[in-house]
Design a protein around this ligand. Structure first.
Ligand SMILES: Cc1cc2nc3c(=O)[nH]c(=O)nc-3n(C[C@H](O)[C@H](O)[C@H](O)COP(=O)(O)OP(=O)(O)OC[C@H]3O[C@@H](n4cnc5c(N)ncnc54)[C@H](O)[C@@H]3O)c2cc1C
Length: 451
């Protein structure tokens, strides 16, 4: 006889939403989580040595059109604060820094024209992508036979235009465009409302931050589930047959009618499935590597960049930290700069050791903000590639061929095994909003299938 109706593997946002909905429907559920905490890729950390200050080491921002996560935040009374602040942002390409306000990054007129025409072509191509089934459609095979880098080279006529799109790719996927299928880039953009929307503060994907930190969402969901969330229980084996599932972790086996696996695709292969999964599913998760991000926070006694009428938002093509935001908590008095080191830069920085990595990141800030940037009150960083239970972020990206050859296996249950997680979402794939909607979908699937 089954111990519970449903087992959920992973206590990130997707897993906790799945469990929350199963429980709300009056069915029994247990969540098995490998880490000693909930939240997965959401993590709000206290900054050591700085009174009353915490930072989001994982996910930070929500967009106005992310209705799934917004509804969930509102349910727990979690408020947001706008990202866009006073002052000019900075864009620096090939050593030339320009100030700008609003969404359009300051580029010289020739680059602006080049980026504009390429953006129009990108948007037109994205129109052909089916977000529900990206592997389908007249153009899918053609787009999936090339990398985003080859598209950039073919489409942009200026070197700065090409650099701009490479930067966009790193900012959105935390990897270089030669690693990514054009179809995947088009899908991610369409899934999140357009490429520009994904890199915009006011009104876009970086519109607002959660006051007190994003991980609170997972903590509230877990509190509602109480003892049914079991930490430090890495799942090693899932046995499944016509009668039920048996999920094995350190404390033994738990049985259920259905299991929902919400671990990131790159980690799904570390679980043994008996009997094994269909070939297309196995191939798919082997072809969904994660990007690389080291997320750093430099904390100052006050946001001194306001003295120069700068907002603290910066985009630069010189690493290691190419994307910077002011994430100072409102009313705290502190000045906090979030520095995102992505792709190759993150891999190199992660290998440098803590002290040298810190110096390299601060030097990058000082380049644009002056010597005061070298002397923060505190500096914290998290290398997500080194995280045993995440192995890179922000999420998975598919290389050429993967979507059209095996992508259709993404959400298809295998017997009694169901799949959730931000990477399985149709809308806002790879974002917290996608994690929420994937949990809702998976919960509906298992509830419909329970005896
Ligand atoms: C640095 C960073 C910045 C980001 N910024 C943003 C942002 O600003 N906005 C946004 O919307 N999104 C952002 N994201 C992406 C967002 O965090 C994720 O899309 C989302 O949190 C994924 O949720 P999930 O539940 O699908 O997966 P996860 O959060 O990865 O949860 C999976 C869980 O499974 C557990 N697990 C793994 N293996 C096992 C096992 N064998 N047994 C049991 N448990 C296991 C893991 O420990 C984890 O808790 C960011 C991510 C990172 C890392």
């Amino acid at each position: 006889m089954a111990n519970v109706d449903v087992i959920v593997v992973g206590a990130g946002v997707a897993g906790l939403v799945t469990a929350d909905r199963v429980r709300a429907a009056g069915r029994s559920v247990v969540v098995l989580e490998a880490r000693d905490r909930v939240g997965g890729r959401t993590l709000t950390e206290v900054v050591p040595g700085v009174k009353d200050l915490s930072v989001d080491a994982g996910a930070t921002w929500v967009a106005p059109d992310q209705q799934h996560v917004r509804t969930e935040l509102a349910r727990f009374g979690l408020e947001t604060t706008p990202q866009a602040g006073p002052g000019d942002a900075l864009a620096s390409l090939r050593g030339k820094a320009r100030r700008y306000t609003g969404a359009a990054r300051a580029l010289d007129p020739v680059t602006t024209a080049d980026v504009g025409q390429a953006m129009m072509r990108f948007a037109a191509a994205a129109e052909h992508v089916d977000v529900v089934a990206p592997w389908r459609g007249d153009h899918a095979t053609k787009y999936d036979a090339q990398t985003f880098e080859s598209w950039i080279r073919r489409t942009c006529v200026t070197s700065k235009g090409r650099d701009y799109f490479r930067l966009l790719c790193e900012a959105v996927l935390a990897t270089e465009p030669q690693n990514v299928s054009l179809l995947h880039m088009l899908f991610v953009a369409r899934s999140g409302g357009g490429l520009s929307h994904l890199v915009t503060t006011g009104g876009g994907a970086q519109d607002a931050r959660v006051v007190g930190g994003m991980q609170q969402l997972a903590q509230f969901l877990a509190a509602g589930l109480g003892r049914w969330v079991r930490l430090q229980e890495p799942v090693t084996t899932i046995m499944h047959d016509a009668d039920g599932v048996s999920v094995h972790s350190e404390s033994g086996a738990t049985t259920a009618h259905r299991v929902v696996v919400t671990v990131p695709p790159a980690l799904a292969t570390s679980i043994e499935y008996l009997p094994g999964l269909p070939h297309d599913r196995t191939q798919l998760v082997q072809r969904m590597p994660h990007g690389s991000v080291v997320k750093c926070h430099a904390v100052y006694s006050r946001p001194f960049w306001h003295d120069f009428a700068l907002s603290g938002e910066m985009t630069t093509d010189e690493g290691p930290g190419k994307v910077v935001f002011d994430t100072s908590p409102p009313g705290s008095g502190y000045g906090v700069l979030t520095v995102l080191v992505e792709g190759d830069d993150a891999l190199r920085l992660g290998a440098r050791g803590e002290a040298r990595a810190r110096t390299a990141v601060l030097r990058g800030l000082a380049e644009h903000l002056g010597p005061r940037a070298m002397d923060p009150l505190a500096f914290v960083s998290r290398d997500w590639t080194a995280e045993e239970w995440t192995r890179g972020c922000f999420g998975a990206q598919l290389p050429p061929g993967a979507w059209t050859q095996v992508g259709s296996a993404l959400r298809v249950p295998v017997g009694r095994i169901h799949w959730a997680g931000a990477e399985t979402a149709e809308r806002w794939c790879g974002y917290v909003d996608g994690a929420v909607s994937s949990g809702e979908r998976a919960a509906a699937e298992v509830l419909a299938a329970l005896p």
